[in-house]
Design a protein. Structure first.
Length: 261
């Protein structure tokens, strides 16, 4: 994302919304000492992490799908804490997530002090604020592009983690705030029949045709809003779930943890 300099007169007007956002994110910690997923303990601040935010129309409110902004506020800070994240990378869900212009460099959540007088904890808190603000900026950018290329977003976050962390990315943790309703110019999951195994296999091959399988092998993928689209009938959820299980677990070899909202 571009970081063009802003006139100094706008500073206070820009700071107030950011403070409000941080306060809202901090409220997400209230009553959330336990995350809705299971996962093994990691050593403090040692795990490379990533966040995927869905900018599609279904992510604007609880009445039209998953309120991504609200869910991000509720889950990002606990995710960073409970997964012991040492860094945070970003990817948007847009009409073409892989090539989307919405970008932000990964944030180091455990920066090294530049001098003996630097307080490591102060540096970490500043880094966390930067990381939280970047997630909000990524979501705002994604909403300007709409669309729902979930597969592309997962492929992009996985590649970012592997490029920056090498083999350490095998133990990475990814938070994906999305209903996983793939909908791009070439593939709409809502138009596919997923009732039988053969239909699902055919649909998976159609989606993967010409696209990269997300390099999620060994990574922990934590979802928020998975399958929560109001247009999805309860009778179609099992096929939807098995479709994504084939891609994420069977083929990509990720460890997937769905929320229990």
């Amino acid at each position: 994302m571009s970081r063009a300099a802003r006139p100094s007169g706008t500073h206070h007007a820009l700071v107030r919304p950011r403070i409000a956002l941080l306060a809202a994110l901090a409220l997400g910690l209230t009553g959330c000492s336990d995350m809705p997923w299971s996962g093994g303990d990691k050593s403090a601040r040692s795990v490379p992490c990533g966040v995927v935010v869905d900018g599609s129309g279904s992510g604007t409110s609880d009445t039209t799908g998953v309120d991504v902004k609200k869910k991000l506020q509720q889950t990002l800070v606990p995710f960073l804490d409970d997964r012991h994240c040492s860094s945070l990378a970003y990817a948007p869900v847009t009409v073409s997530s892989w090539t989307s212009s919405c970008r932000h460099s990964p944030v180091d959540l455990n920066p090294k002090p530049v001098s003996d007088t630097s307080d490591p904890e102060v540096l970490r808190q500043r880094a966390r604020i930067t990381a939280i603000n970047a997630a909000a900026e990524m979501l705002d950018c994604a909403r300007g592009q709409n669309g729902s290329d979930v597969l592309g977003a997962l492929a992009r976050i996985a590649q970012s983690l592997r490029e920056n962390h090498g083999t350490a990315a095998d133990g990475a943790a990814v938070l994906a705030v999305s209903d996983f309703e793939q909908a791009d110019p070439e593939f709409r999951i809502s138009k596919e029949s997923l009732t039988t195994a053969s239909e699902r296999t055919r649909a998976v091959k159609k989606l993967l045709n010409g696209r990269k399988l997300p390099a999620l092998r060994g990574m922990d993928l934590y979802t928020v809003g998975y399958g929560k689209s109001p247009t999805r009938k309860p009778s179609t959820y099992e096929g939807f779930d098995q479709f994504w299980t084939d891609i994420l677990t069977t083929r990509a070899k990720a460890h997937v943890h769905h929320d229990d909202e």
